[in-house]
Write a protein that binds this ligand. Structure first.
Ligand code: PLP
Length: 412
């Protein structure tokens, strides 16, 4: 079935917004996606109908509790676990990761080792570096292969010892788009006795996650990268979460998932997240999938990913044909998602990005917080790359226009 791109675009009101009459091409999705009307409606509905705190008998409070329970269950279905207690919702991936790193540190002793890949966004680096510093742990860096742009299993094998306690592992790089074989790498880390903390923030924008298939211990994502509000979500295996020392108020609940929730959650955004998940179900219905919620997420993501891959192929081949452009990521369609970074031999990334943004092509530049990766690639520390991140509401016409704008900009 052809992807209903026109119908999809009608669901996203911001796609029609212009800058003084100039249309916007949103290719900045790797930094944050636009939201569908369902997300907006759910936020508005929350404020109009049941804005309240939790845990009392007021009908509004009862409605908030029900909504929170429903949203965590829907997120559990989205991540591939039947257990909503394994779904922690917080302010951002970075906030949750810092929070959990403080708890995890109780399980480690001085001299224990943690492994961090060079592909990480700083959100999956700094919390662990600071944990290591505070607790005299040894940090080992896991390189990626410069041809495949991912971590190859032998590279991890060489670092694992009986003192390895944690592997911080990127699912998809927010700079190169490279996708790691998380399942294989997780099994290797487990065999050595280490826990695995997966950063799936970029991956979740493009492919459906299955935490039970991956068998990881923790996995973080950020709804604002998959057409939702500014929140972070972490899946944690129940036995791992139960074993953690919680940093919580004495009188706050010890029940999962709220055991790790510090303060009052942003209920309006959780309602918005429910709207986003409903949007995926709506899309699945358009595609003829009427099955379980998980089956609908799967159908929606399959169609979204297939549509994006067509655009990605068009973008990659177009960029490779422009004189002076060097991709920082794989030029093949294997083991990658639709996040594309490049540099040019004459123009700096900031100059290119400024000119493209002025022409309505929304993009990003810099190291994009993939700080170690940018250093490993010897990118100009002040400049990094130009990054284009595609989403499922982008079109082939937008890619053609973007390539024309880039060609024209770089020819100057
Ligand atoms: C791969 C990756 N990890 C982590 C983060 C940080 O997420 P948050 O803003 O939710 O802390 C980002 C944000 O760009 C990201 O791309």
């Amino acid at each position: 079935m052809t992807f209903p791109i026109d119908l999809v675009r009608t669901q996203f009101p911001s796609l029609l917004t212009t800058d003084a009459g100039q249309a916007r091409i949103y290719f900045d999705n790797a930094a944050g996606t636009q939201v569908p009307q369902q997300t907006i409606d759910h936020v508005v509905d929350y404020f109009q109908r049941y804005n309240s705190n939790t845990g009392v008998f007021n009908p509004t409070s009862v409605a908030v509790d029900a909504m929170y329970a429903e949203a965590t269950q829907a997120m559990a279905d989205f991540l591939g676990t039947p257990d909503a207690g394994e779904v922690l919702i917080g302010a951002s991936m970075t906030t949750l990761t810092y929070h959990l790193s403080r708890s995890l540190a109780h399980q480690f002793s001085p001299g224990d080792e943690i492994i961090i890949t060079r592909m990480e966004h700083e959100g999956n680096v700094s919390p662990w570096l600071q944990m290591a510093e505070d607790n005299d742990l040894t940090v080992k860096w896991l390189e990626f292969d410069r041809d495949s742009w991912v971590v190859e299993p032998p590279m991890l094998e060489a670092l694992l010892t009986d003192r390895t306690k944690l592997l911080a592992l990127n699912y998809a790089s927010n700079l190169t788009g490279g996708v790691n074989d998380v399942k294989t790498l997780t099994a290797m880390a487990h065999a050595a006795g280490a826990q695995v903390y997966v950063d799936a923030v970029q991956y979740a924008s493009h492919r459906l996650i299955d935490v039970k298939d991956l068998e990881c211990d923790f996995l973080a994502c950020s709804p604002y990268k998959f057409y939702g509000p500014h929140l972070g979500v972490v899946y944690g295996r129940r036995e791992r979460l139960d074993a953690l020392h919680p940093y919580k108020l004495r009188c706050a609940t010890d029940e999962l998932p709220l055991r790790f929730s510090t303060g009052t959650p942003a209920f309006e955004l959780v309602a918005g997240l429910m709207g986003t998940l409903s949007y995926f179900q709506w899309l699945a219905t358009q595609l003829g999938e009427q099955g379980t919620r998980r089956a609908q997420f799967s159908a929606a993501y399959h169609a979204m990913g297939t549509h994006e891959d067509v655009l990605l192929e068009q973008l990659l081949s177009g960029l490779l044909a422009i004189p002076g452009v060097t991709l920082k990521g794989s030029s093949s369609m294997e083991k990658r998602v639709a996040t594309v970074s490049f540099v040019h031999d004459r123009h700096t990334p900031s100059t290119i990005a400024a000119q493209l943004s002025a022409k309505g092509l929304y993009c990003h530049w810099g190291d994009n917080y993939a700080f170690e990766l940018a250093r490993a690639l010897e990118l100009d520390p002040e400049q990094g790359v130009v990054r284009l991140g595609l989403g499922h509401y982008n079109t082939s016409e937008e890619v053609s226009t973007a390539l024309d704008l880039i060609t024209h900009t770089l020819a100057q």
